[in-house]
Design a protein around this ligand. Structure first.
Ligand SMILES: NC(=O)C1=CN([C@@H]2O[C@H](COP(=O)(O)OP(=O)(O)OC[C@H]3O[C@@H](n4cnc5c(N)ncnc54)[C@H](O)[C@@H]3O)[C@@H](O)[C@H]2O)C=CC1
Ligand SMILES: O=C(CO)COP(=O)(O)O
Length: 332
């Protein structure tokens, strides 16, 4: 069985790429974009010059009216994490209560510290929830390059329907039952990518870069496990896989943000010069608060947050991380 009509919430780079791949998998697709100019361009076959420039795309049926999502069989929610609640609230009286929804944003809601699965539970409590996350740059997917992602869904049958609906040789979903693991992997890797970008911008070398990925991964696993995720999930596509991708390429907005920080720019300066979302910036305080709540050590994420929100200088940040006491690599 497959969903025949898939709705995509969000006309940014990732929503556009997912709409393209679902269309290429044979689905009938309807995309909702906040901006009418984005909806018009996609519907006219002009691609998405605002958020995914220089990628030719077939016509994608798009609208900026959320009411038009009512007759979809399932939704891919691809609105950035800080805006998801507002969009879900507007859908409350529009879509069937038990709509299957796959959450694709990678972040924690600022202030509430809620994961996207919690936000959807509070706003659309009967929705049948899945999480789609993994190493997947929007441009790669929209160009039809091979990609593999985690599709987490506690209901195995529903997970199978999702995989049959959006999977194709170039876009391979792997099923998992671990919603929290899939969410934590995506949210934490964005914060860690800021740190590895800064290491690159500061010219600290490839050895430091590898050390940071490895120690950062340990932080991701510690938090995930404390929150109920399986460690195995985090060793997969949505954890280590996405961490490696995002920390290895300036194509990542989080990594390039960190690189600019390391080169001496201020967070405000960097953010004011870009339209694309940099999820790790808004998510860093949430991850640090979750670490405190679950009593988990996350020195790299804490340091990123201190640079972003507590005026810590890059020199101080390096000292804080390098002057930590020597200890066992694996601590149970
Ligand atoms: N771009 C990528 O390669 C990937 C992105 N993601 C995740 O997908 C999510 C969406 O990212 P992108 O599509 O890349 O975003 P983007 O940076 O391309 O576009 C920003 C999006 O935010 C929307 N937006 C801005 N203000 C809004 C508001 N008030 N209410 C609702 N929407 C608003 C814009 O309409 C636009 O769709 C993020 O959580 C990101 O981490 C996940 C995998 C890959
Ligand atoms: O999540 C992504 C790739 O898997 C995209 O990362 P950025 O948001 O840092 O570009």
């Amino acid at each position: 069985m497959t969903f025949q009509k898939i709705g995509v919430l969000g006309g940014g780079a990732w929503g556009t790429a997912l709409a393209y791949t679902a269309h290429a998998a044979g689905r009938n697709v309807k995309l909702w974009a906040l901006e009418s100019s984005v909806a018009e361009a996609l519907s006219a076959g002009r691609g998405n010059p605002d958020f995914l420039p220089d990628v030719p795309l077939p016509k994608i049926d798009a609208t900026n009216d959320l009411a038009e999502m009512a007759d979809c069989d399932a939704l891919l929610a691809v609105v950035p994490a800080q805006f998801a609640r507002g969009v879900f609230e507007k859908l409350q009286d529009v879509i069937p209560a038990d709509m299957p929804i796959a959450l694709c944003a990678k972040g924690v809601e600022r202030g509430s510290l809620k994961l996207m699965t919690d936000v959807v539970k509070e706003t659309l409590p009967k929705a049948r929830v899945a999480v789609l996350s993994g190493p997947s740059f929007a441009k790669d997917v929209a160009l039809g390059l091979p990609t593999a992602v985690t599709l987490a869904c506690p209901d195995r049958d529903m997970g199978e329907v999702w995989m049959q609906s959006i999977g194709r040789p170039e876009f391979r979903p792997y099923w998992s039952d671990d919603l929290i693991g899939a969410e934590i992997g995506g949210a934490v890797k964005n914060v860690l990518a800021i740190a590895t970008g800064a290491v690159e911008g500061l010219g600290l070398g490839r050895s430091a870069h590898a050390a940071l990925i490895s120690r950062g991964y340990a932080e991701m696993v510690r938090l995930g496990v404390a929150m109920g995720a399986k460690a195995d999930t985090l060793s997969g596509l949505c954890g280590l896989g996405d961490l490696v991708l995002t920390c290895s390429s300036s194509q990542s907005r989080n990594m390039s943000f960190g690189k600019a920080l390391g080169e001496g720019k201020s967070p405000e300066e960097i953010l004011s010069s870009r339209k694309a979302v940099t999820e790790g910036v808004a998510t860093a305080p949430g991850i640090v608060s979750l670490a405190e709540q679950y009593d988990v050590r996350m020195p790299v994420c804490r340091t990123v947050n201190a640079v972003l929100n507590e005026s810590m200088s890059m020199d101080e940040a390096i000292s804080v991380l390098l002057d930590r006491p020597f200890k066992a690599e694996i601590m149970r």
